[in-house]
Design a protein around this ligand. Structure first.
Ligand code: AMP
Ligand code: MG
Length: 424
Protein backbone atom coordinates (compact mmCIF):
# COMPACT_ATOMS: atom_id res chain seq x y z
CA UNK A 1 0.00 0.00 0.00
CA UNK A 2 3.00 2.33 0.24
CA UNK A 3 3.50 3.10 -3.41
CA UNK A 4 4.78 6.61 -2.82
CA UNK A 5 8.54 6.88 -2.99
CA UNK A 6 8.71 9.31 -0.09
CA UNK A 7 7.06 6.93 2.34
CA UNK A 8 9.95 4.45 2.34
CA UNK A 9 12.08 6.72 4.51
CA UNK A 10 9.44 6.58 7.22
CA UNK A 11 8.74 2.91 7.55
CA UNK A 12 10.24 3.06 11.03
CA UNK A 13 7.40 5.26 12.18
CA UNK A 14 3.99 4.09 13.25
CA UNK A 15 2.28 7.09 11.72
CA UNK A 16 2.58 9.62 8.91
CA UNK A 17 2.98 12.82 10.95
CA UNK A 18 5.54 15.14 9.43
CA UNK A 19 6.16 18.52 11.06
CA UNK A 20 7.26 19.92 7.70
CA UNK A 21 4.00 19.07 5.96
CA UNK A 22 1.25 21.61 5.38
CA UNK A 23 -2.34 20.66 6.12
CA UNK A 24 -4.39 20.45 2.91
CA UNK A 25 -6.68 23.33 3.91
CA UNK A 26 -3.72 25.57 4.57
CA UNK A 27 -2.14 24.79 1.19
CA UNK A 28 -5.43 25.48 -0.56
CA UNK A 29 -5.95 28.71 1.37
CA UNK A 30 -2.49 29.95 0.40
CA UNK A 31 -3.07 29.16 -3.25
CA UNK A 32 -6.54 30.71 -3.36
CA UNK A 33 -5.50 33.92 -1.69
CA UNK A 34 -2.70 34.32 -4.22
CA UNK A 35 -4.45 33.87 -7.57
CA UNK A 36 -7.00 36.30 -9.01
CA UNK A 37 -9.41 36.22 -11.96
CA UNK A 38 -7.79 36.75 -15.34
CA UNK A 39 -8.60 40.02 -17.05
CA UNK A 40 -10.38 40.02 -20.39
CA UNK A 41 -14.01 39.47 -21.25
CA UNK A 42 -16.04 38.15 -24.13
CA UNK A 43 -19.59 38.73 -25.28
CA UNK A 44 -21.13 35.45 -26.30
CA UNK A 45 -24.47 34.13 -27.48
CA UNK A 46 -25.97 32.26 -24.54
CA UNK A 47 -25.59 28.77 -26.02
CA UNK A 48 -21.88 29.28 -26.54
CA UNK A 49 -21.66 30.57 -22.97
CA UNK A 50 -22.69 27.24 -21.40
CA UNK A 51 -20.09 26.42 -18.72
CA UNK A 52 -18.52 29.87 -18.94
CA UNK A 53 -18.40 32.27 -15.99
CA UNK A 54 -20.46 35.46 -16.00
CA UNK A 55 -18.43 38.65 -15.68
CA UNK A 56 -21.44 40.94 -15.31
CA UNK A 57 -24.80 40.58 -13.59
CA UNK A 58 -27.85 39.86 -15.70
CA UNK A 59 -31.00 41.86 -14.97
CA UNK A 60 -34.46 40.93 -16.27
CA UNK A 61 -36.11 43.52 -18.46
CA UNK A 62 -39.50 41.80 -18.39
CA UNK A 63 -41.77 40.00 -15.96
CA UNK A 64 -41.85 36.21 -16.24
CA UNK A 65 -44.53 35.17 -16.82
CA UNK A 66 -45.45 38.36 -18.62
CA UNK A 67 -49.18 38.03 -17.82
CA UNK A 68 -51.46 36.18 -15.46
CA UNK A 69 -52.08 32.87 -17.24
CA UNK A 70 -53.74 29.54 -16.71
CA UNK A 71 -51.81 26.66 -15.16
CA UNK A 72 -54.36 24.10 -16.43
CA UNK A 73 -56.80 23.35 -19.22
CA UNK A 74 -60.28 24.40 -18.03
CA UNK A 75 -62.56 27.40 -17.67
CA UNK A 76 -61.57 30.90 -16.54
CA UNK A 77 -64.04 32.81 -14.40
CA UNK A 78 -64.35 35.45 -11.75
CA UNK A 79 -64.25 34.00 -8.22
CA UNK A 80 -67.52 35.89 -7.42
CA UNK A 81 -69.28 33.05 -9.24
CA UNK A 82 -68.24 30.63 -6.45
CA UNK A 83 -69.78 32.71 -3.65
CA UNK A 84 -73.26 31.13 -3.77
CA UNK A 85 -71.97 27.56 -3.40
CA UNK A 86 -73.84 24.55 -4.82
CA UNK A 87 -73.85 23.87 -8.54
CA UNK A 88 -72.61 26.77 -10.63
CA UNK A 89 -73.77 27.19 -14.22
CA UNK A 90 -71.93 29.56 -16.55
CA UNK A 91 -72.13 30.50 -20.19
CA UNK A 92 -68.96 29.96 -22.29
CA UNK A 93 -68.41 33.19 -24.26
CA UNK A 94 -65.07 32.49 -25.96
CA UNK A 95 -61.70 30.71 -25.90
CA UNK A 96 -58.25 31.81 -24.74
CA UNK A 97 -55.41 29.81 -26.34
CA UNK A 98 -51.74 29.91 -25.43
CA UNK A 99 -50.41 32.68 -27.64
CA UNK A 100 -53.91 33.77 -28.74
CA UNK A 101 -55.74 35.51 -25.90
CA UNK A 102 -59.50 35.97 -25.72
CA UNK A 103 -60.18 39.52 -26.85
CA UNK A 104 -63.56 40.22 -25.24
CA UNK A 105 -64.87 40.76 -21.74
CA UNK A 106 -66.61 38.35 -19.41
CA UNK A 107 -69.60 39.51 -17.45
CA UNK A 108 -71.53 37.96 -14.53
CA UNK A 109 -72.60 34.39 -15.28
CA UNK A 110 -69.97 34.00 -17.98
CA UNK A 111 -66.67 32.16 -18.38
CA UNK A 112 -64.03 31.49 -21.06
CA UNK A 113 -62.65 28.18 -22.26
CA UNK A 114 -58.91 28.39 -21.45
CA UNK A 115 -55.78 26.30 -22.10
CA UNK A 116 -52.52 25.94 -20.19
CA UNK A 117 -50.33 29.02 -20.65
CA UNK A 118 -53.13 31.13 -22.13
CA UNK A 119 -53.57 34.69 -20.84
CA UNK A 120 -56.37 35.13 -18.31
CA UNK A 121 -59.14 37.48 -19.48
CA UNK A 122 -58.98 40.72 -17.44
CA UNK A 123 -62.05 39.99 -15.31
CA UNK A 124 -61.10 36.37 -14.60
CA UNK A 125 -59.00 35.33 -11.58
CA UNK A 126 -59.78 31.61 -11.19
CA UNK A 127 -59.63 28.48 -13.36
CA UNK A 128 -61.81 25.41 -12.83
CA UNK A 129 -60.13 22.40 -14.44
CA UNK A 130 -61.94 20.71 -17.30
CA UNK A 131 -62.16 17.35 -15.50
CA UNK A 132 -64.46 18.93 -12.89
CA UNK A 133 -66.84 20.51 -15.38
CA UNK A 134 -69.84 19.11 -17.26
CA UNK A 135 -70.10 20.78 -20.64
CA UNK A 136 -73.54 21.13 -22.16
CA UNK A 137 -73.45 23.08 -25.46
CA UNK A 138 -72.51 26.67 -24.59
CA UNK A 139 -73.02 26.09 -20.86
CA UNK A 140 -70.84 24.51 -18.16
CA UNK A 141 -71.90 23.16 -14.77
CA UNK A 142 -69.65 22.40 -11.80
CA UNK A 143 -69.78 22.08 -8.04
CA UNK A 144 -68.50 25.17 -6.17
CA UNK A 145 -67.42 22.97 -3.26
CA UNK A 146 -63.66 22.39 -3.35
CA UNK A 147 -62.98 25.32 -5.72
CA UNK A 148 -60.73 28.04 -4.34
CA UNK A 149 -60.65 31.65 -5.56
CA UNK A 150 -57.40 32.27 -7.48
CA UNK A 151 -56.72 28.57 -8.09
CA UNK A 152 -54.80 27.28 -11.15
CA UNK A 153 -53.53 30.72 -12.11
CA UNK A 154 -49.86 31.65 -12.57
CA UNK A 155 -49.39 35.29 -11.67
CA UNK A 156 -47.46 37.76 -13.81
CA UNK A 157 -43.92 38.10 -12.46
CA UNK A 158 -44.22 35.16 -10.05
CA UNK A 159 -40.98 33.63 -11.41
CA UNK A 160 -39.04 36.80 -12.15
CA UNK A 161 -39.86 40.52 -11.85
CA UNK A 162 -38.68 43.10 -14.36
CA UNK A 163 -35.60 44.81 -12.88
CA UNK A 164 -34.68 41.80 -10.76
CA UNK A 165 -31.11 40.45 -10.93
CA UNK A 166 -31.44 36.93 -12.27
CA UNK A 167 -27.78 35.87 -12.29
CA UNK A 168 -24.79 37.27 -10.43
CA UNK A 169 -21.22 37.68 -11.70
CA UNK A 170 -19.09 34.65 -10.86
CA UNK A 171 -21.82 32.26 -11.89
CA UNK A 172 -20.79 29.31 -14.08
CA UNK A 173 -23.67 28.98 -16.51
CA UNK A 174 -25.70 25.76 -16.26
CA UNK A 175 -28.36 24.43 -18.64
CA UNK A 176 -31.04 25.89 -16.31
CA UNK A 177 -29.33 29.28 -16.54
CA UNK A 178 -29.44 29.23 -20.34
CA UNK A 179 -33.19 28.66 -20.14
CA UNK A 180 -33.56 31.37 -17.52
CA UNK A 181 -31.66 33.85 -19.70
CA UNK A 182 -33.80 32.96 -22.69
CA UNK A 183 -36.97 33.35 -20.59
CA UNK A 184 -36.08 36.97 -19.84
CA UNK A 185 -35.16 37.61 -23.46
CA UNK A 186 -31.38 37.84 -22.94
CA UNK A 187 -29.55 36.39 -25.93
CA UNK A 188 -25.96 37.45 -25.15
CA UNK A 189 -23.89 37.61 -21.99
CA UNK A 190 -20.50 38.92 -20.90
CA UNK A 191 -18.19 36.20 -19.61
CA UNK A 192 -14.61 36.00 -18.42
CA UNK A 193 -11.94 35.02 -20.88
CA UNK A 194 -10.82 31.41 -20.43
CA UNK A 195 -7.39 31.09 -18.82
CA UNK A 196 -4.81 29.31 -20.94
CA UNK A 197 -3.05 26.35 -19.35
CA UNK A 198 0.18 24.94 -20.78
CA UNK A 199 1.01 21.50 -19.44
CA UNK A 200 3.66 18.86 -19.87
CA UNK A 201 4.92 15.65 -18.30
CA UNK A 202 8.46 15.19 -17.09
CA UNK A 203 10.39 11.97 -16.97
CA UNK A 204 12.98 10.05 -19.01
CA UNK A 205 10.92 6.88 -18.59
CA UNK A 206 7.86 8.27 -20.37
CA UNK A 207 6.80 7.37 -23.90
CA UNK A 208 3.84 8.52 -25.93
CA UNK A 209 0.99 6.19 -26.80
CA UNK A 210 1.88 4.42 -30.06
CA UNK A 211 5.62 4.32 -29.40
CA UNK A 212 7.32 1.02 -28.52
CA UNK A 213 8.33 0.56 -24.87
CA UNK A 214 11.90 -0.39 -23.95
CA UNK A 215 12.45 -2.13 -20.59
CA UNK A 216 11.62 0.25 -17.73
CA UNK A 217 9.70 2.65 -19.90
CA UNK A 218 6.03 3.45 -19.35
CA UNK A 219 3.35 5.28 -21.24
CA UNK A 220 2.69 8.86 -20.25
CA UNK A 221 -0.83 8.74 -18.81
CA UNK A 222 -0.82 11.96 -16.78
CA UNK A 223 -1.06 14.13 -19.85
CA UNK A 224 -4.28 12.33 -20.75
CA UNK A 225 -5.89 12.64 -17.34
CA UNK A 226 -4.83 16.28 -17.21
CA UNK A 227 -6.21 16.85 -20.68
CA UNK A 228 -9.53 15.39 -19.53
CA UNK A 229 -9.73 17.34 -16.29
CA UNK A 230 -8.71 20.63 -17.88
CA UNK A 231 -11.09 20.17 -20.81
CA UNK A 232 -14.00 19.46 -18.48
CA UNK A 233 -13.13 22.54 -16.49
CA UNK A 234 -13.27 24.59 -19.66
CA UNK A 235 -9.85 26.21 -19.90
CA UNK A 236 -7.83 26.78 -23.05
CA UNK A 237 -5.17 24.08 -23.45
CA UNK A 238 -1.63 23.95 -24.71
CA UNK A 239 -0.33 20.37 -24.57
CA UNK A 240 3.48 20.49 -24.65
CA UNK A 241 4.13 16.76 -24.56
CA UNK A 242 6.83 14.98 -22.57
CA UNK A 243 9.98 16.77 -21.44
CA UNK A 244 13.00 14.65 -20.52
CA UNK A 245 14.83 14.98 -17.19
CA UNK A 246 17.50 17.32 -18.53
CA UNK A 247 18.01 20.80 -17.07
CA UNK A 248 18.22 22.57 -20.47
CA UNK A 249 15.14 20.80 -21.79
CA UNK A 250 13.15 21.61 -18.67
CA UNK A 251 14.34 25.19 -18.66
CA UNK A 252 13.34 25.67 -22.32
CA UNK A 253 9.93 24.09 -21.74
CA UNK A 254 9.21 26.37 -18.80
CA UNK A 255 10.24 29.46 -20.71
CA UNK A 256 8.03 28.55 -23.66
CA UNK A 257 5.07 27.61 -21.45
CA UNK A 258 5.27 30.75 -19.31
CA UNK A 259 5.39 32.87 -22.45
CA UNK A 260 2.30 31.26 -23.97
CA UNK A 261 -0.02 30.69 -21.02
CA UNK A 262 -1.59 32.05 -17.83
CA UNK A 263 -0.82 28.81 -15.99
CA UNK A 264 1.93 26.23 -16.36
CA UNK A 265 1.15 22.78 -15.03
CA UNK A 266 3.51 19.84 -14.87
CA UNK A 267 3.47 16.35 -13.48
CA UNK A 268 6.41 14.51 -12.00
CA UNK A 269 9.80 15.63 -10.83
CA UNK A 270 8.73 17.39 -7.65
CA UNK A 271 9.66 14.72 -5.13
CA UNK A 272 12.84 15.38 -3.20
CA UNK A 273 16.12 13.59 -3.68
CA UNK A 274 15.65 12.30 -7.21
CA UNK A 275 17.22 12.75 -10.60
CA UNK A 276 14.44 15.19 -11.44
CA UNK A 277 15.32 18.71 -12.42
CA UNK A 278 12.02 20.49 -12.03
CA UNK A 279 12.81 21.79 -8.56
CA UNK A 280 16.32 22.87 -9.46
CA UNK A 281 15.24 24.62 -12.63
CA UNK A 282 12.39 26.44 -10.98
CA UNK A 283 14.48 27.63 -8.10
CA UNK A 284 16.52 29.42 -10.75
CA UNK A 285 13.67 30.55 -13.01
CA UNK A 286 10.79 31.53 -10.83
CA UNK A 287 9.30 32.17 -7.45
CA UNK A 288 8.21 28.75 -6.50
CA UNK A 289 7.44 27.15 -3.19
CA UNK A 290 7.75 23.42 -2.74
CA UNK A 291 5.50 21.98 -0.15
CA UNK A 292 4.93 18.71 1.41
CA UNK A 293 1.19 18.59 1.92
CA UNK A 294 -0.13 16.25 4.61
CA UNK A 295 -2.29 14.23 2.25
CA UNK A 296 -2.21 10.83 0.67
CA UNK A 297 -1.90 10.34 -2.18
CA UNK A 298 0.06 13.31 -3.39
CA UNK A 299 2.43 14.61 -0.77
CA UNK A 300 4.79 16.76 -2.89
CA UNK A 301 3.29 19.83 -4.51
CA UNK A 302 4.87 22.92 -5.98
CA UNK A 303 3.12 26.22 -6.45
CA UNK A 304 4.31 29.63 -7.51
CA UNK A 305 5.16 31.79 -10.44
CA UNK A 306 7.26 31.27 -13.56
CA UNK A 307 7.65 34.41 -15.66
CA UNK A 308 4.17 35.88 -15.98
CA UNK A 309 2.37 32.59 -15.32
CA UNK A 310 1.19 30.74 -12.25
CA UNK A 311 2.79 27.38 -11.77
CA UNK A 312 1.44 24.10 -10.43
CA UNK A 313 3.92 21.26 -10.11
CA UNK A 314 1.82 18.17 -9.50
CA UNK A 315 3.32 14.86 -8.37
CA UNK A 316 4.12 12.14 -10.90
CA UNK A 317 2.10 9.24 -9.61
CA UNK A 318 -1.05 8.91 -11.70
CA UNK A 319 -3.55 8.93 -8.81
CA UNK A 320 -1.69 11.70 -6.99
CA UNK A 321 -1.88 13.86 -10.08
CA UNK A 322 -5.65 13.61 -10.18
CA UNK A 323 -6.20 14.09 -6.46
CA UNK A 324 -3.92 17.12 -6.22
CA UNK A 325 -5.47 18.58 -9.36
CA UNK A 326 -8.97 18.36 -7.86
CA UNK A 327 -7.89 19.58 -4.43
CA UNK A 328 -5.56 22.43 -5.32
CA UNK A 329 -5.29 23.24 -9.03
CA UNK A 330 -8.97 23.10 -9.91
CA UNK A 331 -10.17 25.51 -7.18
CA UNK A 332 -7.41 27.93 -8.21
CA UNK A 333 -8.32 27.67 -11.88
CA UNK A 334 -11.98 28.22 -11.03
CA UNK A 335 -11.00 31.38 -9.24
CA UNK A 336 -8.91 32.47 -12.22
CA UNK A 337 -11.92 31.81 -14.41
CA UNK A 338 -13.80 34.33 -12.28
CA UNK A 339 -16.02 31.81 -10.55
CA UNK A 340 -17.38 32.41 -7.07
CA UNK A 341 -15.98 29.58 -4.94
CA UNK A 342 -18.31 26.85 -3.78
CA UNK A 343 -17.55 23.88 -1.55
CA UNK A 344 -18.08 20.54 -3.30
CA UNK A 345 -20.83 18.45 -1.75
CA UNK A 346 -19.59 16.08 0.97
CA UNK A 347 -21.93 13.39 2.25
CA UNK A 348 -21.71 10.87 5.05
CA UNK A 349 -22.51 7.24 4.35
CA UNK A 350 -21.63 3.89 5.94
CA UNK A 351 -18.53 2.22 4.56
CA UNK A 352 -18.99 -1.48 3.95
CA UNK A 353 -15.27 -2.31 3.70
CA UNK A 354 -12.46 -1.88 6.21
CA UNK A 355 -10.11 0.99 5.37
CA UNK A 356 -6.46 0.86 6.40
CA UNK A 357 -4.88 4.13 7.40
CA UNK A 358 -2.21 5.56 9.67
CA UNK A 359 -2.70 8.88 11.48
CA UNK A 360 -0.81 11.92 10.21
CA UNK A 361 -2.12 12.60 6.73
CA UNK A 362 -5.52 13.32 5.30
CA UNK A 363 -6.36 10.48 2.93
CA UNK A 364 -8.41 10.38 -0.21
CA UNK A 365 -9.23 6.77 -0.90
CA UNK A 366 -11.09 5.74 -4.00
CA UNK A 367 -14.61 4.53 -3.39
CA UNK A 368 -17.73 3.28 -5.10
CA UNK A 369 -20.97 4.78 -3.83
CA UNK A 370 -23.81 2.35 -4.40
CA UNK A 371 -27.35 1.61 -3.35
CA UNK A 372 -28.45 -1.68 -1.82
CA UNK A 373 -31.76 -3.37 -2.79
CA UNK A 374 -33.46 -1.61 0.16
CA UNK A 375 -32.46 1.75 -1.35
CA UNK A 376 -29.78 2.63 1.24
CA UNK A 377 -26.56 4.24 0.04
CA UNK A 378 -23.17 3.04 1.19
CA UNK A 379 -19.59 3.20 -0.03
CA UNK A 380 -16.94 0.53 -0.53
CA UNK A 381 -13.31 1.06 -1.40
CA UNK A 382 -11.99 0.04 -4.79
CA UNK A 383 -9.16 -2.51 -4.64
CA UNK A 384 -5.55 -1.56 -3.81
CA UNK A 385 -5.13 2.11 -2.94
CA UNK A 386 -1.55 2.77 -4.09
CA UNK A 387 -0.92 6.10 -5.76
CA UNK A 388 0.10 4.33 -8.96
CA UNK A 389 -3.13 2.31 -9.26
CA UNK A 390 -4.92 4.42 -11.84
CA UNK A 391 -7.56 1.73 -12.42
CA UNK A 392 -8.85 2.51 -8.90
CA UNK A 393 -9.60 6.04 -10.01
CA UNK A 394 -11.35 4.81 -13.12
CA UNK A 395 -13.47 2.32 -11.16
CA UNK A 396 -14.34 4.82 -8.42
CA UNK A 397 -17.21 7.27 -8.44
CA UNK A 398 -16.18 9.15 -5.30
CA UNK A 399 -13.31 9.99 -3.02
CA UNK A 400 -13.52 8.76 0.58
CA UNK A 401 -12.10 11.53 2.76
CA UNK A 402 -10.38 10.33 5.91
CA UNK A 403 -9.24 13.02 8.35
CA UNK A 404 -5.61 13.44 9.37
CA UNK A 405 -6.00 11.76 12.74
CA UNK A 406 -8.00 8.75 11.53
CA UNK A 407 -6.34 5.40 12.20
CA UNK A 408 -8.54 3.41 9.84
CA UNK A 409 -12.19 2.51 9.47
CA UNK A 410 -14.08 -0.60 10.57
CA UNK A 411 -16.75 -1.98 8.24
CA UNK A 412 -20.09 -0.31 8.93
CA UNK A 413 -18.65 2.99 10.24
CA UNK A 414 -19.70 6.24 8.61
CA UNK A 415 -17.25 8.05 6.37
CA UNK A 416 -17.30 11.26 4.41
CA UNK A 417 -17.30 11.04 0.62
CA UNK A 418 -17.11 13.54 -2.24
CA UNK A 419 -18.97 12.21 -5.30
CA UNK A 420 -16.96 12.62 -8.50
CA UNK A 421 -19.87 14.45 -10.10
CA UNK A 422 -19.01 17.26 -7.68
CA UNK A 423 -15.42 17.42 -8.91
CA UNK A 424 -15.50 16.58 -12.58
P1 AMP B 1 8.30 11.43 -10.15
O1 AMP B 1 7.55 12.34 -9.23
O2 AMP B 1 8.71 12.08 -11.41
O3 AMP B 1 9.39 10.74 -9.45
O4 AMP B 1 7.25 10.30 -10.54
C1 AMP B 1 6.66 9.44 -9.58
C2 AMP B 1 6.12 8.18 -10.24
O5 AMP B 1 5.11 8.55 -11.17
C3 AMP B 1 7.12 7.39 -11.04
O6 AMP B 1 6.83 6.03 -10.88
C4 AMP B 1 6.90 7.83 -12.45
O7 AMP B 1 7.30 6.87 -13.40
C5 AMP B 1 5.41 8.02 -12.47
N1 AMP B 1 5.05 9.03 -13.47
C6 AMP B 1 5.59 10.27 -13.56
N2 AMP B 1 5.06 10.92 -14.60
C7 AMP B 1 4.17 10.10 -15.17
C8 AMP B 1 3.29 10.20 -16.30
N3 AMP B 1 3.25 11.32 -17.00
N4 AMP B 1 2.50 9.15 -16.59
C9 AMP B 1 2.54 8.03 -15.85
N5 AMP B 1 3.34 7.87 -14.78
C10 AMP B 1 4.15 8.87 -14.44
MG1 MG C 1 10.17 11.74 -12.76
Amino acid sequence: MTAEPSSTAETCCSDDYDPNSLPADEARRRILETVAPVTGREHLPIRTALGRVLAEPVTARIDVPGHDNSAMDGYALNSRELAGGGTVTLQVVGTSWAGKPYAGNIGPGQCVRIFTGAVMPPEADTVVIQEQVRRDGEAVHFDAAGQRPGQNVRRAGEDIRAGQRVLAPGRRLTPADLGLLASVGVGEVTVHRRPRVAFFSTGDELRGVGEPLAPGQIYDSNRYTLYGMLTRLGVDLLDMGVVPDRPEAIRAAFAEAAEAADVVMTSGGVSVGEADYVKETLDALGEVRFWKVAIKPGRPLAFGRVGGAWFFGLPGNPVSVMVTFYLFAQPALRRMMGETPTEPLHIRVPCTTALKKRPGRMEFQRGVLERDPQGRWSVRKTGPQGSGILSSMSEANCLIVLPLESAGVEPGAEVEVIPFCELT
